[in-house]
Design a protein around this ligand. Sequence first.
Ligand code: BG6
Length: 606
Amino acid sequence: MCGIVGYVGARNATQVIIHGLRRLEYRGYDSAGVAVMSGSETEVVRCRGKLAALENLLKEKSPTGSLGIGHTRWATHGRPSDENAHPHRIGAISVVHNGIIENHAVLRERLRATGRTFSSQTDTEVIAHLIDEAVAAGATSLADAVRKALRQVEGSYAIAVVSNRHPDEIVAAKNASPLVVGLGDGENFLASDAPAILEYTREMIFLEEGDVVSLGRKSVTFTDMDGNRIERKPRTITWTASQAEKGGYPHFMLKEIHEQPQAVSDTLRSRLLLDTSDVTLDGQNLGAIDGRVIILACGTSYHAGLVGKFLVENIARIPCEVDLASEFRYREPIVSGKDLVVAISQSGETLDTLAALKEAIARGGRTLAICNVVDSAIARTSGSVLYTHAGPEIGVASTKCFTAQLAALTLLAVHLGRRNGALADKAAAELVGELVHIPHKMSETLRATGSLRELARKYMHARDFLFLGRGTNYPIALEGALKLKEISYIHAEGYAAGEMKHGPIALIDDGLPVVVIATQGKGYDKVLSNLAEVRAREGHVIAVATKGDQTIASHCQDVLWVEDAPSLLQPLLTVLPLQLLAYSMAVARGTDVDQPRNLAKSVTVE
Ligand code: BG6
């Protein structure tokens, strides 16, 4: 998805914008550009390719103004090219945009019929024409022109606009795509994501659906789409700038893998009530759930949801269904007011999950969002929210937000189980007691696993991988396979170990590495027999096993040790060596770990 940065103040706008865009590179992009106001002239510099290409261009002609907007593009309409790069300039108007304008073709035809011409295939150029048209038609201000233009637009957008005729103002607006304003002293900032401007300010305002904001050096004015003034409260973002930086690790992903013990303990912090062996959800009381718990999510968050099913059913004895959000929203689902619908999303902006949540609300479901981004769209749309406290996640392949989601789901299950009586005092004390130790066990497991460089070199040329797990570790087998696919581009499949003999066993030979999660607990003996079936067919077994397990080593070629924990909490540990394996394989194969091809951090378009 595209990245947007804006600045108005006294500094060199080009430098501030490029700095911010560098922080948004993880959002995925294929071209970049800036529009900077020098005097009453806008200089637009843009090109296809990485930010470095744009920086080279800017070396030749770097605009010196102190007001401007910038963009990194992720192509949706129109292939990656210089003419499709943003900003798009029409007359005095320059626009950058993140999202998709669904009715752009109709609008383009209407504009063409008035004699206007187009130089790109993008939907964004339509917005620039509409604003220019509104100015020509006598709009009272730039914000008024933007509102008039956007009232004709259908779809998702975050836009930022500058105009030669309004050299001291940036106007921005949002619908479904994320946008945040950063407040400064004599200067103000705009970005698609907080890390881009964190270095300059902590006072941030997250735009709401339909918000239009006008930024000046000394003023920030919010209106709705009809021009009515609206109030928006700033939030103090506690993330440090360095949190957004790599902290000395070669990749954001590795930094974030090692941030998991902290992310989980921050997510558990002030929610575990040790004295009563209970959990508080930040004072929110979800009340009794007489129906089902229905979990909705995409990608890695969906795998967290699958573990959530075990947690909710085992701990709270409430029937729990897990649905792919992109399926749920079109499936005429059966939801009632007795059901609690839980939407899990790291970014809080994934459109399929947002739409599925709205579908559940429309059908009367009570809702809870588990999100990592404060004030994100899914969090704002949901009846209640349980935030994970993992900090900004920049690596596209989700890691620390996954384990933070597992921690949040465990908190939810304990909260529900204590309220409906399914979780008795003794069991609750044991579980809450175990949870307290999980962050430390995660650190120990990460330390014991190390870099896995040798193991990666051994298997880096494998064409396929198979991941097997049982019970709570079945979703972890799915997640291990997804991680390997996402960042090392090796085909991998996760499978319930008990299902192996009903199909994938046909794939096994001495060229297929098989990762088996064989930790002690429920189903351990069954997993050992699955291991034997693989070995019998010359398959190479990499086992994830419980530290101190004397027998496992004789059943496999390689062992990845994890600390011991009850089955329900094991996923918080067993996923760690699988994340590190995928990471090391990707490094060995030289892929773009933090920005894998064809992937983006969250999908906010159809
Ligand atoms: C995809 C990301 O775009 O969205 C995955 O590549 C992620 O890593 C999925 O799991 C869901 O994102 P979110 O933000 O809704 O959890």
